[in-house]
Design a protein around this ligand. Structure first.
Ligand code: HEM
Length: 559
């Protein structure tokens, strides 16, 4: 180094050093930005805050933000991480979805965030929280429960509960003016819980008994747990590590301290604690029956042992030692089934009633179709599985409703290695203007798959994609879209390894409940609009009456 006579560094050298430092720092910063922002060339919305896209993605008002992404930015959009976060991708491109969910699904597991959340809600490692080989093993048990032939055998239980619903609703409107306002979400939540209770886990929650404390407690817990979880989304990154803390007493003590100042977190814990003992009690009854009387003894349990979870417990009991699921895994899967089968279906049914309430012609068309089908049966005889399946108008309306109003807005995946995915719609680089037909998704990228947004993409479904038009299914047939969704290309049930196992159950349940309600009642809308806001699933509230909580009031008249 050149020193001046008094021993200090020459100004020339100082300037050169400073320049080199700036050059190195700039080049490192560029490199850092490039590695942290590998998707800078992809169009995407500017986040509403320096915290990046997370608040926009999860906001309760975010539905239109989601629908707008493919329309404005394309079928792969860059979600900017803000000052400190990494960028993520929002994907609605058919070829990319096919690759992520099916062809290369091994590299796109469920996000650790959601795996952790569902692990906590279900108190263990059920299908919603495990990956890879363990997931495949558990899905083998679960998929065997939900075949069309097995689900069709549950119909008598579905009808029994639906008749209870009809009787309760009749009592609520009997002797009163036509067009009584009834919160249909409450009735349908009770019905969905009772259906999944009896047919799913062989248990009645006494859902139509106003005085049942057991129902109140369980119903309160299951309907509040996801809305509460939505409010805790900032804790999501820590939940997977949190739930693995051992011993359990330490975790529980830490949880009581950590949630003390936070009412939403305390209520979330209380909801989980209220549901778990119900599953444990049911599981123990089945295990005891098996230990004392073998498989035959299960027929003596509630629902004659025909419910889904009793079949799962029996299959697990009969399985080879290496294939058996531990008790806590079966328990977590009991919870997954009840959870999966409850809110999604009841809110879809409530949404359906608001649609037919707004459209008298559609309501009449559906009713005539049902009357015609019933006229071919003996008096008092119910429509069977195939007859319900084959009603074209009812089928078209259910499909269109699930396309337009997916209860699950998006799912969240994380790449475990660098993966190249093909694209149906090329990305035009915001930097060079060039088009690219494939995309390298880097290891560790958060990838959001926009189910609702893909279902409404005008490029995929046509210019009328955002309109509710059941006729599109009558005209086009059931061949579906370019999308890989498991229900005629509709993404609402997802597809691939994590496809909703309850799809056939849900569709049958919806068609059956609607067929009974439409023949017994007519529906009209209330005057105020109902807003469906984002949570982990959707939350309906009457505009201007938001503090009253979630509800779907509809005017009901007995026919
Ligand atoms: C309209 C009704 C329904 C819709 C739209 C729906 C949608 C979905 C979606 C999108 C997933 C994937 C979630 C993810 O990967 O993060 C899923 C998973 C699941 N659903 Fe459904 N679902 C419905 C009804 C049901 C019913 C009735 C049941 C059970 C009886 C059920 C049980 C499950 C279970 C257990 C999973 C977890 C599967 C796994 O992680 O491998 N769902 N559902």
């Amino acid at each position: 180094m050149t020193l001046t006579s008094n021993g200090s560094v020459s100004p020339l050298v100082s300037a050169a050093c400073a320049l080199s430092f700036v050059a190195i720092a700039t080049s490192s910063l560029r490199k850092w930005i490039k590695t942290r922002k590998p998707y800078a060339f992809i169009p995407g919305p500017d986040p509403s805050s320096v915290a990046g896209y997370l608040l926009d993605l999860h906001s309760t008002d975010a539905l239109s933000w989601h629908f707008n992404l493919p329309e404005e930015y394309g079928h792969v959009a860059r979600l900017k991480g803000g000052l400190v976060g990494a960028d993520a991708l929002y994907i609605t491109d058919p070829a990319a979805l096919n690759s992520i969910l099916i062809k290369q699904q091994a590299w796109f597991p469920e996000s650790t965030e959601f795996a952790g959340l569902f692990g906590i809600i279900h108190c263990g490692d059920g299908v919603a929280s495990v990956k890879g080989r363990e997931h495949r093993k558990q899905r083998k048990y679960m998929d065997a429960l939900f075949t069309a032939s097995r689900v069709s055998k549950l119909m008598p239980m579905f009808y029994q509960v639906t008749r209870q619903l009809e009787a309760r609703l009749t009592a609520a409107v009997a002797g009163k003016e036509p067009g009584q306002v009834v919160d249909m979400l409450d009735y349908l939540t009770r019905a969905a819980l009772e259906i999944i209770g009896t047919a799913g886990i062989g248990h009645t929650f006494n859902s139509f008994d106003d005085k049942s404390e057991a129902f109140d407690e369980f119903h309160g817990a299951i309907t509040s747990v996801l809305p509460l979880a939505s409010r805790l989304f900032l804790t999501l990154p820590f939940l997977e590590s949190w739930r693995k803390i051992q011993p359990v007493w330490l975790r529980r003590t830490l949880a009581s301290i950590a949630t003390l100042p936070w009412p939403a977190a305390r209520r979330f814990r209380a909801a989980v604690d209220a549901m778990h003992p119900v599953y444990v009690k049911l599981y123990n009854t089945r295990q005891k029956a098996l230990e004392e009387g073998g498989s035959a003894a299960l027929a003596e349990t509630a629902a004659g042992g025909k419910d889904l979870i009793t079949s799962m417990i029996q299959a697990n009991w009969d399985a080879d030692e290496a294939d058996k699921m531990p008790d806590d895994v079966v328990l977590a899967n009991m919870s997954s089934i009840v959870h999966g089968g409850q809110e999604t279906t009841s809110s879809s049914l409530a949404r359906f009633l608001t649609i037919v309430a707004e459209d008298v012609d559609l309501q009449e068309k559906l009713r005539s179709e049902l009357r015609e089908a019933k006229a071919k049966k003996e008096p008092g005889e119910d429509l069977d599985f195939n007859e319900l399946e084959k009603l074209p108008m009812l089928d078209a309306v259910v499909r269109e409703m699930l396309r337009m109003y997916s209860p699950v807005t998006f799912v969240w995946r994380q790449t475990t290695k660098d993966v190249m995915v093909p694209l149906t719609y090329p990305i035009r680089s915001t930097i060079t203007g060039e088009e690219t037909k494939e995309l390298l998704i880097e290891q560790g990228t958060a990838v959001y798959l926009g189910l609702s947004a893909a279902n409404r993409s005008t490029a995929i479904w046509g210019p009328d994609a955002a309109e509710f038009k059941p006729e599109r299914w009558l005209n086009r047939g059931l061949s579906g879209s370019k999308l890989p969704g498991a229900y005629s290309g509709i993404m609402s049930f997802l597809s691939g390894a994590k496809v909703c196992p309850g799809k056939t159950f849900a569709i049958l349940e919806m068609k059956l409940v609607l067929s009974v309600l439409l023949l017994a009642f007519s529906f009209e809308p209330i005057s105020a609009p109902i807003d469906w806001r984002m949570g982990i699933t959707l939350e309906p509230r009457v505009r201007g009456r938001e503090p009253e909580g979630v509800q779907v009031p509809v005017r009901v008249t007995a026919l």
